[in-house]
Design a protein around this ligand. Structure first.
Ligand SMILES: [Cu+2]
Length: 281
């Protein structure tokens, strides 16, 4: 076989292979073209070398036979597309774990408190008030000074009140929930009488008592602060005879100690602090 004839055969084979390759842009197709054309650089690992070798082969074939379509020499470039495309799925799969990891982290931190507070209550009337599942009373002095915030929660047979207050006169002070959600200083008379939906007498030591709103006296320290931890003898946040009724409620502190039996407020004197109960559960 003469050199010229051999080149002609190789050129024809390369043309056929490249034409086939054009219809199959996969790297496997390009590799098949290399093998069929007998290109010496075929073992080269990188596609750049392979492209270069194929281009050389195509140019030789064109020079010898003039049968090679000009644009066929460009075809090996299409073999560069599949590698780029093959890189994209890993990128997409990399983004997926990040997205799937983040929502659970948020959900885990947010869900338990809501679930825990929502679970015991199953009646539909409370479902309406779910967005703000907290009830508080920001206590203020006669001139409007902020003394601290108390938190109210449903606790067994009554309403539990807790929090830290400051700026109060040291000593023992009557402490009640009054029936109206209004705290107009300096007398706070707008808070009305004690929360007493069942019309009982005042005080735990009163045979006819107590009021739902009766609480144990606050013992304010010499530093004028007190840690409040008290529970009403009865009452609920919602439903019949509830704290969160139409006119609301207020937490009130008196100047003197409550004797737990005298009507209507245990001889506890003036109202020196008041906080409107706000929120819902
Ligand atoms: Cu009172």
């Amino acid at each position: 076989m003469s050199t010229t004839y051999s080149r002609l055969v190789l050129g024809l084979l390369a043309t056929a292979a490249l034409a086939a390759c054009a219809g199959n842009p996969s790297p496997e197709g390009a590799a098949a073209a290399d093998t069929t054309a007998g290109v010496m650089a075929a073992p080269a690992a990188d596609s750049a070398a392979r492209d270069s070798a194929m281009r050389d082969s195509a140019m030789r074939a064109r020079a010898d036979t003039a049968m090679m379509p000009p644009d066929t020499a460009m075809m090996p470039d299409t073999s560069k597309v599949p590698p780029d495309t093959a890189m994209m799925p890993p990128d997409t799969s990399m983004a997926r774990p990040d997205t799937s990891m983040m929502p659970p982290a948020r959900d885990t931190s947010m869900m338990p408190p809501r679930d825990t507070t929502m679970m015991p209550r199953s009646d539909t009337s409370m479902a309406m008030a779910r967005p703000a599942a907290a009830v508080t009373a920001q206590m203020q002095g006669p001139a409007g000074r902020n003394l601290g915030t108390l938190t109210l929660t449903q606790a067994g047979g009554g309403i539990a009140i807790s929090g830290r207050l400051t700026g109060l006169p040291p000593g023992e002070h009557g402490f009640h929930i009054h029936t109206a959600g209004k705290c107009d200083g300096p007398s706070f008379e707008t808070a009305g009488p004690h929360w007493n939906p069942t019309n009982r007498g005042h005080g735990m030591n009163n045979p006819a008592g107590p009021h739902f709103g009766d609480l144990t006296n606050l013992m304010v320290g010499e530093d004028s602060s007190v840690m409040v931890q008290a529970t009403t003898p009865a009452g609920t946040m919602n439903g019949e005879n509830s704290l969160l009724d139409g006119d609301g409620a207020a937490v009130v502190i008196h100047a003197d100690a409550d004797d737990y039996q005298s009507n209507p407020a245990g001889n506890s004197g003036n109202r020196i602090a008041c906080g409107v109960v706000k929120g819902s559960m």
